[in-house]
Every structure is written in structure tokens, then in C-alpha cells.
Design a protein around this ligand. Structure first.
Ligand code: ASP
Length: 323
């Protein structure tokens, strides 16, 4: 049955965003492209910068030619992954504590409920594409570390150094600034560095020490796919895996309902199974916007019981199908 949606409430019906800034009048920016035909096709990228824009346009072209949501999402994610200036995703991403760039990515096809992911993948610029191959060519869901690298190489991906000069300098500065009070990747420590005038002067475009991109799309057949890709928390412990490659945490897609993706502190997102929760809430009739806010509220309610000053850093994006 078709659900009618007026142009006015179109955005509430089809996409949603939620941020740690939920309690303030602030929301993350996203890139959205959709047709006038309700939400088919539709693509969003959680990166709103110029590269995010280019990524969205690239995915949109795939969709407009009748391509699948899976292909559109992959092409869009790749644009962001190979951007050397982006310190949060793929090539140029900030490294772990050893100065090694370890990437996490996941892919999900809402039509078949199949999913694939890679974690702690080194030397491969486009982990989203490797995750897609795990999804399409194995019955596994996650490959990690050297296993993920072997798999990528078997599929013809070239090994490359992912640590750019810019990322190396930022990592070295982080090491210089370490003190006995620091903890690995603890959010407070990372924020403290950024407050320093010298750091802001030297690295003016670094707004945070984390970041991820989510790409969600609906194709002309109404099939939905999503991808989440990241270099993860900067200066993390060697081998740390965030939420991005965990299906249900950093990403979840269900053709019958919609899709959701997460960025922000992965540990909180994993422990709350946030993307799955958002999709479940949409299934219960919540709009994407409401479902994203529900997830944030769930996280805040839990953590504030332990720490009254807790402020969430998570951001969510979601789309639902209108049919
Ligand atoms: N969620 C990512 C992680 O924890 C980082 C981020 O999105 O900021 O690895």
C-alpha cells in the first residue's frame, strides 16, 4: 500500500539525523539527493564537505542510470576513502598509536540481508569495496587484520602506504604531547590537544580526532543498501575495532524498513546496538528523525545514571522507505 507523503513532510518521512548535540539546537550536516518521486532513488552521505558532495553526486549518477543501491553506495564511499585530505576515512586517515592506519568498514544489502565487513585492515585505500566483496563472495561477515588484507590482495587490491605526511605530523604531535595522565585514545585527552593554540595553528582544519562516513541509498527498484567506513578513533590501541564494521552497531539495513548508520564514539554505539535499534524504532512507526533521537536518548539515559555530566558524541543518520 502506498503511503502518501506531502512535499512538506517529505524530509521527516525519508531521512533523519541525530547528533550528540541533540540537546542543543544543533544537528550534523548531511548530503542528500533524492528524486521528486518520493524517496526513489535517494542517497545520503554523512560527510557534508566538498568530497562528500562529490561522493553523493557520484552515487546519484549510478542510481539515475538504474544502477543498484549497493553499487551507488560503494562508488560514493570510495570517493571519500581516497581523499588524502580527509583524516577520518581511508587514505589519509589518522593512524593508531603506532602510526599505522587501520581501517574498518561494513556493507549491508537490505534486499538479501547479507552483510560484509573488514576490521583493522591495513594498506588498502578502499575498505568499503573489500567489505562489499566479503558480503558478496563469502558466507562470513567480518574479516580482520591480516586475513582481511590477504582477502583484499587475492581480489587484486594493491597494497599502498596510507599514512600521508599530514596524518604523520598530527600523529607525531600527539606523541609529543603525551603526559603520564593520558590514556589511549581517551576522548578527553584528544580534546585537550585540540584546545592548544599551537595545535590549532598548525592543524587548523582538524576539527576532531575521529570521524566516519555513512552512505545510505535507495535505488529505483526500492532496494536499500548502506556502507560505513572509517579510520576509526585516532591513536587507538593497535587492534582496536570500533562500531563501523559491526553490523547492527555502525550500520544496519532492512529493505522492509530502511537503513541507519552511526559515527562518533564507537564503544557507546557497539554497546547500544544503535543502528539496529534505529531500524527497529522505524519499523515501529517512528520517523528516521525520531528514531535517531530515540537512540541518542537511550544512550544518554544509560550513561547519565553513571556519570551525570555525560554528553554523547554519537551522530546517526537514517532513511526509511516510503511505500
Ligand atoms: N565510530 C568510529 C569509531 O569509533 C569513529 C567515529 O565515527 O568518530 O571507530
Amino acid at each position: 500500500m502506498k503511503k502518501s507523503v506531502s512535499r512538506r513532510n517529505f524530509f521527516n518521512q525519508t531521512i533523519g539525523i541525530g547528533a550528540g548535540a541533540l540537546l542543543l539546537p544543533l544537528f550534523p550536516k548531511i548530503n542528500l539527493r533524492s528524486s521528486a518521486d518520493r524517496n526513489k532513488p535517494l542517497i545520503i552521505t554523512s560527510h557534508s564537505n566538498e568530497t562528500g558532495q562529490k561522493a553523493m553526486e557520484t552515487g546519484w549518477e549510478v542510481l539515475m542510470k538504474g544502477g543498484s543501491a549497493v553499487d551507488a553506495v560503494e562508488k560514493a564511499a570510495n570517493i571519500i576513502e581516497v581523499d588524502p585530505e580527509d583524516t577520518s576515512v581511508g587514505y589519509g586517515g589518522l593512524p593508531n598509536e603506532r602510526g599505522v592506519v587501520q581501517l574498518d568498514a561494513s556493507f549491508m544489502d537490505g534486499k538479501t540481508y547479507s552483510a560484509g565487513a573488514v576490521a583493522c585492515l591495513e594498506n588498502i585505500k578502499t575498505p568499503a569495496s573489500v567489505a562489499k566483496l566479503v558480503m558478496q563472495h563469502t558466507d562470513h561477515v567480518i574479516l580482520v587484520g591480516t586475513g582481511a588484507l590477504e582477502f583484499a590482495k587475492a581480489w587484486g587490491f594493491a597494497e599502498e602506504n596510507l599514512l600521508t605526511e599530514k596524518a604523520r605530523k598530527i600523529w607525531l604531535r600527539w606523541k609529543e604531547e603525551m603526559s603520564p595522565a593520558d590514556d589511549w585514545g581517551a576522548p578527553e585527552h584528544l580534546q585537550n590537544i585540540m584546545k592548544k593554540e599551537s595545535y590549532r595553528k598548525d592543524f587548523p582544519d582538524i576539527e576532531h580526532h575521529y570521524g566516519t562516513t555513512n552512505v545510505l541509498a535507495i535505488d529505483t527498484n526500492g532496494d536499500i543498501a548502506g556502507c560505513t567506513t572509517t579510520s576509526g578513533l585516532s591513536f587507538k590501541l593497535n587492534g582496536r575495532i570500533g562500531d563501523s564494521p559491526i553490523i547492527g552497531a555502525g550500520l544496519y539495513v532492512d529493505n522492509e524498513v530502511g537503513a541507519a548508520g552511526a559515527t562518533g564514539r564507537g564503544e557507546d554505539v557497539i554497546k547500544s546496538c544503535a543502528s539496529y535499534y534505529i531500524v527497529l524504532r522505524m519499523k515501529e512507526g517512528r520517523t528516521p528523525q525520531q528514531a535517531c533521537e530515540d537512540a541518542l536518548r537511550m544512550i544518554v539515559d544509560r550513561y547519565r545514571k553513571v556519570n551525570p555530566d555525560y554528553f554523547p558524541s554519537e551522530k546517526f543518520v537514517a532513511i526509511n522507505r516510503v511505500c
